[in-house]
Design a protein around this ligand. Structure first.
Ligand code: AMP
Length: 418
C-alpha cells in the first residue's frame, strides 16, 4: 500500500490515454475554429456568488459545490461548469456581440463517484452571447454533431425540446406543480422534495416509481407562446438544412433555471449504463443580467469528455494516438554521441529518445524496443572514427551504415517525411 493515492472521483490520466484527451480537445478546436469561435480560458475558481446565480434549484449549486474560504477570507468555489464564468467574463469585459467562445478543461462537482461520473471531469463547450436567431441554435447543435462525427461516433442521438419563454415556463410550472401535487403520494420521496423546489426537475427523474405519473403529466408543448413555438419550428427547419437528425422530447428540461426556448441533449445509444448523456445545452436568458450585465440572450453546450470517450470505446472509434518516438539512439561511447545526434534530429523535427547512464548495448537495445520507435541509430567507437552511424529498422531488423552528414535526410526518407 502506498501512503497516498488519488482522491475519490479523481484520476491520473496517463499515456496513451492522456494523448487521446489532447487529441479530443484538438479535434474540438478544429471544428469550432472553422465556425469562428474564439478560445477562452476562464479561471478554475471564482467568487462563490457567480455560481450561486445559476439558481437555487440546480443540484450542482445546492449539493455539489466545492466551495471554501480562502486565506483572504473570500468565499470561492471550484467551477462546477463554465457557462456562469463565461457570462461573468462577458459582463466584466463587455466584448462586442455576437460573442462566440469555446472552452475546454476540468470542472469540479462533489458527486458520488462511479463509472462516467467523477468529481473532477473535463468538458469542452461553446457559448454565444447576444443572438436570438434560430439559425444560431441550429449552428450550435450542428457543431456538436459535427464534432461527434469527427471522432467517428455514429450512435449519438440528439434530443431537443423548447421550454418556451419565461411566462410559458412559469405557466407550465404551475400546471405541472398542481398535477404532481395531486399525485404526490405515488412519487418517490426524492421527487416529492424536488417538486417543492422545481416541479420541472421531477420530469428528469429516472426512478421507476415516478415514471407512470410523469408519463401522464402536462406537456410543455401545450404551453408555448406563438413566438416561442415559431422560434422552435425555425430551429427544427434549420437543423434539416444542416442535415442533423433529431428527436423531439418534450420531457427534456435540463438543470439550469435560466434555460429558455431551445434545450437539447446528446445521448449515446452505444452506452449501456444509466449515464448515456454525453452532453447538452440550450438557450438561456437572464444569466448575464443576474451577473450584473445588460439583458442578453445566450446559447451554448457542454460536452463531457470522459463519457464521450466511453462512448468512443463502446463504438470502437477514436483510439489513443501513438505516443512513441520515431527514433531511439543507442550510444556505446558513453552518451556524448547520443546527445549530439538527438539534438540534431530533434532540430530537424524528428522525435528522438535515448538511453542514459552508459548502459550496456543489450540494455539500450531493449530500451529501444520498449520505446516503440521505428528506427534505432547505433553508434560506437568504430562509427565515431569513420564518421558514420548504423541505422537499424526495428521491424525486420535490417541495418545499414550511413554517413553522419547524410543522416537527417536518410531518416526523413525512411520515415517518409520528405
Ligand atoms: P451538465 O454540465 O451537467 O449539463 O453536463 C454536461 C455533460 O458533462 C454531461 O452530459 C456529461 O457527459 C458530463 N458530466 C457532467 N457531470 C459529470 C461528472 N460528474 N463526471 C463526468 N462527466 C460529467
Amino acid at each position: 500500500m502506498t501512503e497516498f493515492s488519488t482522491s475519490p472521483g479523481t484520476r491520473d490520466i496517463l499515456a496513451p490515454e492522456a494523448a487521446r484527451w489532447r487529441e479530443f480537445q484538438s479535434v474540438f478546436a478544429d471544428v469550432v475554429g472553422l465556425a469562428g469561435y474564439d478560445y477562452m480560458i476562464p479561471p478554475m475558481f471564482e467568487d462563490l456568488g457567480v455560481f450561486l446565480r445559476l439558481g437555487e434549484s440546480t443540484e450542482v449549486v445546492t449539493k455539489e459545490m466545492y466551495d471554501f474560504e480562502d486565506k483572504g477570507g473570500r468565499r470561492v468555489a471550484l467551477r462546477p461548469e463554465q457557462t456562469a464564468s463565461v457570462c461573468r467574463a462577458f459582463v466584466e469585459h463587455r466584448p462586442t456581440t455576437p460573442w462566440k467562445v469555446w472552452y475546454a478543461g476540468p470542472n469540479f462537482r462533489y458527486e458520488k463517484p462511479q463509472q462516467g461520473r467523477y468529481r473532477q471531469f473535463d468538458q469542452v463547450g461553446i457559448e454565444v452571447l447576444g443572438v436570438e436567431d434560430p439559425y444560431l441554435d441550429a449552428e450550435v447543435i450542428a457543431l456538436a454533431m459535427e464534432f461527434y462525427k469527427r471522432l467517428g461516433l455514429k450512435k449519438v442521438e440528439l434530443n431537443i425540446n423548447s421550454l418556451g419563454d419565461f411566462g410559458d415556463r412559469e405557466k407550465y410550472a404551475v400546471a405541472l406543480s398542481a398535477y404532481f401535487q395531486q399525485h404526490s403520494k405515488s412519487l418517490s420521496p426524492e421527487s416529492q422534495s424536488t417538486l417543492v423546489k422545481n416541479p420541472l426537475r421531477v420530469l428528469d427523474s429516472k426512478r421507476g416509481q415516478d415514471q407512470e405519473v410523469i408519463a401522464a403529466a402536462p406537456r410543455i408543448s401545450d404551453f408555448l407562446s406563438s413566438d416561442a413555438s415559431e422560434h422552435f419550428q425555425k430551429v427544427l427547419s434549420a437543423l434539416q438544412l444542416h442535415k442533423v437528425d433529431f428527436a423531439i422530447n418534450d420531457r427534456l428540461v435540463r438543470g439550469l433555471d435560466y434555460y429558455r426556448r431551445t434545450t437539447f441533449e446528446f445521448n449515446s445509444i452505444a452506452l449501456q449504463s444509466a449515464h448515456t448523456a454525453l452532453g447538452g445545452g440550450g438557450r438561456y436568458n437572464g444569466l448575464v443580467e443576474a451577473l450584473g450585465g445588460p439583458a442578453t440572450p445566450g446559447i451554448g453546450f457542454a460536452l463531457g469528455l470522459d463519457r464521450t470517450l466511453l462512448a468512443c470505446d463502446a463504438e470502437g472509434v477514436f483510439d489513443a494516438p501513438s505516443v512513441a518516438v520515431k527514433v531511439f539512439v543507442v550510444d556505446t561511447t558513453g552518451g556524448e554521441q547520443a546527445a549530439r545526434l538527438s539534438s540534431e534530429l530533434r532540430t530537424a523535427g524528428i522525435s528522438v529518445d535515448r538511453a542514459f547512464d552508459d548502459r550496456s548495448m543489450k540494455a539500450q537495445m531493449k530500451a529501444a524496443d520498449r520505446s516503440g520507435s521505428a528506427i534505432a541509430i547505433i553508434v560506437g567507437s568504430d562509427e565515431v572514427a569513420a564518421d558514420t552511424v548504423i541505422v537499424r529498422l526495428m521491424t525486420g531488423g535490417q541495418q545499414r551504415v550511413v554517413s553522419r552528414s547524410a543522416l537527417v535526410d536518410e531518416i526523413r526518407r525512411e520515415l517518409k517525411l520528405s
